[in-house]
Design a protein. Structure first.
Length: 332
């Protein structure tokens, strides 16, 4: 174990009513989690409003989108949104940036994605810091006359990069505070990500591991329920992990059943070893064991993603009252 404190956070899908965000954010803070994230998946609610509601309902936890992409939202608009969230929260915002997914379904081409993400991270830093002289990037230009017309809460906001890509991690490591491996609970990927992010002895970004989560007193129920959730994204994320060998025919069968609307059938095909590597599922003791392995491997933060349990409230209650205290020695 290193001396660096580890963190535990919660992530919500943006499919809720305003009062739900207020209530659930209050629960996350009351239980003692370190941060609250909101997803920014295509066709769900944009996360900035739910995050603003959560900011008003809380006083301590960090808040941020996980994550915004610079293709459907211009980097200048991203800078403005996160600066506003930082102001409302009193300096508790963080910003997650990734290349985005499923954008081809709405006709958006992701040209030069690595260059675009790097430009976005740099441009946001330029705008928040009140830089002068304009910004000239690889895919993006900002005229010297373009500046934020208000005073941001902070001149720099913590940045998180969401990616599995070795090239992007290596090139962006000096620009970000965290790198999130989304959709994974696999400790074997962490040493690789740390190696990719190494910065010649300088402080390297922390590695965040986050995945869909269902915790229940009945572990079999949790694993059965989570298979439906996993079936939707396993064919996307499993091929990205160089430490896992997955039968392409299995993923094709899972994808075909998902397309046909048979989530139960698709989930039933997922073997136990993949279940454990790409989700948090089981009893509180099972989740604690998974987290211990991730922290042991070098993770800086673990994020428990939607839906958390049979209900969000029940899942959060078990995570907050059982899992969180059991991992307290990592957080000191």
């Amino acid at each position: 174990m290193t001396s660096r404190p580890r963190e535990l956070s919660i992530a919500f899908q943006t499919d809720k009513r305003p009062d739900e965000y207020r209530r659930l954010a209050g629960m996350v803070e009351e239980f003692g989690f370190d941060a609250l994230s909101m997803y920014s998946d295509l066709t769900f609610q944009p996360p900035i409003v739910p995050l603003t509601i959560a900011a008003v309902a809380t006083r301590r936890i960090r808040l941020g989108p996980a994550s915004l992409n610079p293709f459907s939202l211009h980097p200048v608009e991203i800078a403005g949104q996160i600066a506003t969230l930082d102001m409302v929260s009193g300096g508790r915002a963080y910003l997650g940036v990734s290349r985005g997914a499923w954008l081809d379904a709405i006709g958006i081409e992701q040209r030069r994605p690595i260059a675009r993400v790097l430009d976005t991270l740099e441009a946001i830093g330029y705008l928040l810091s009140g830089g002068e002289g304009g910004y000239q990037g690889r895919t993006l230009e900002i005229d010297p006359a373009v500046r934020l017309r208000y005073q941001p809460e902070r001149s720099a906001i913590p940045l998180m990069l969401g990616t599995w890509g070795r090239r992007l991690i290596s090139r962006a490591a000096a620009l970000v505070d965290e790198v999130k491996i989304g959709g994974s609970a696999n400790p074997d990927i962490i040493p690789l990500a740390l190696d990719w992010a190494e910065r010649d002895g300088e402080h390297a970004p922390g590695i965040v591991m986050g995945a869909v989560t269902i915790v229940d007193e009945d572990g079999d129920v949790a694993r059965r329920l989570i298979r439906r959730e996993m079936a939707l994204y396993l064919p996307v994320v499993a091929p990205l992990d160089p430490t896992v060998e997955v039968d392409p025919e299995l993923l094709a069968r899972v994808g075909a059943l998902v397309d046909a609307g048979d989530l139960d059938g698709a989930g039933a095909l997922i073997p136990e070893d993949l279940l454990r590597r790409f989700s948090f599922a089981g009893t509180p003791a099972d989740i604690i064991e998974q987290c211990e392995a991730l922290f042991d491997a070098g993770a800086a933060r673990i994020e428990f993603g939607t839906p958390h349990g049979r209900t969000a409230e029940r899942g959060l209650d078990l995570l907050g009252h059982v899992v969180l205290p059991a991992l307290g020695h990592w957080r000191k």
